[in-house]
Design a protein around this ligand. Structure first.
Ligand code: ADP
Length: 241
């Protein structure tokens, strides 16, 4: 599902967080929102998600105004850094959750839920720990489960906010490959917030560099890296995160 952001503005008090943002994301693309802390990445992601209301402007999903639609109706999946798994539920129950809480009319039968959950657990190669609880898993395994859980409802759009931020470098690298693989296999459109340029370069089809609520550059990783469009991008890419 394509996502279009049109003339988006958002302030918190005096702080301009989205400064007339425009962005086109074609269906199937994996886009990284890259920028320093406070540049407005999370707010843009939350507006796309429908979790935050803009002061003005619109977000179009597949050409339709999505501003007033319920998040679930938009078929959006989320993975957040601190979006912890439910501690009292098994891994299986965690992944099944989004399907089980659906209104009866759209809830699949239990056998179908089971098949779907096991398929996803196999996809992230963690079907062998379906009966365990989150505290029995490593951080990397937990985020693989978080990815599976987000994908269980078959979203068209996957939104990720620093999903691997709390993990060490080796595990982060591994999870990037998982994200890329799941994105491709599930045919979603993904928007991924990170302040880590290496992560953005490695995983994304396109990088949107943000600064003070504005888009400094928007292009494929090679282009952004080889031809920084502004002094800010040049400096930001030069900094070792
Ligand atoms: P980033 O994800 O790039 O770190 P954010 O979108 O989280 O940026 O934040 C952008 C700016 O908006 C920051 O200055 C932050 O303090 C401010 N901000 C974010 N959310 C709120 C809020 N709910 N209330 C007030 N200020 C906020």
């Amino acid at each position: 599902m394509s996502i279009e952001v049109r003339n988006l503005n958002k302030r918190f008090g005096q702080t301009v967080v989205c400064d007339n943002l425009n962005l086109d994301i074609p269906a199937g693309e994996l886009v990284a929102l890259l920028g320093p802390s406070g540049s407005g990445k999370t707010t843009l992601l939350r507006i796309i998600a429908g979790l935050e209301v803009p002061d003005s402007g619109t977000v179009l999903f597949h050409g339709e105004d999505a501003t007033n639609t319920d998040v679930r109706d938009r078929q959006v999946g989320f993975v957040f850094q601190h979006y912890a798994l439910f501690a009292h539920m098994t891994i299986f129950e965690n992944v099944a959750f989004g399907l089980r809480v659906r209104p009866k009319a759209t809830r699949p039968p239990e056998a179908q839920i089971k098949a779907k959950v096991m398929e996803l657990l196999k996809l992230v190669q963690l079907d062998w720990i379906a009966d365990r609880y989150p505290h029995q898993l490593s951080g990397g395994q937990r985020q693989r489960i978080a990815l599976a859980r987000a994908l269980a409802v078959e979203p068209k759009v996957l939104l990720l906010d620093e999903p691997f931020g709390a993990l060490d470098a080796k595990v982060r690298k591994e999870l990037r490959r998982w994200l890329r693989r799941l994105h491709d296999e599930m045919h979603v459109t993904s928007v991924f917030v990170t302040h880590d340029q290496e992560e953005a370069m490695e995983v994304a089809d396109r990088i949107v560099v943000m600064n003070h609520g504005r888009i400094e550059q928007d292009g494929p990783p090679d282009e952004v890296y080889d031809h920084p469009a502004t002094p800010f991008v040049l400096q930001f890419l030069g900094d070792v995160n």
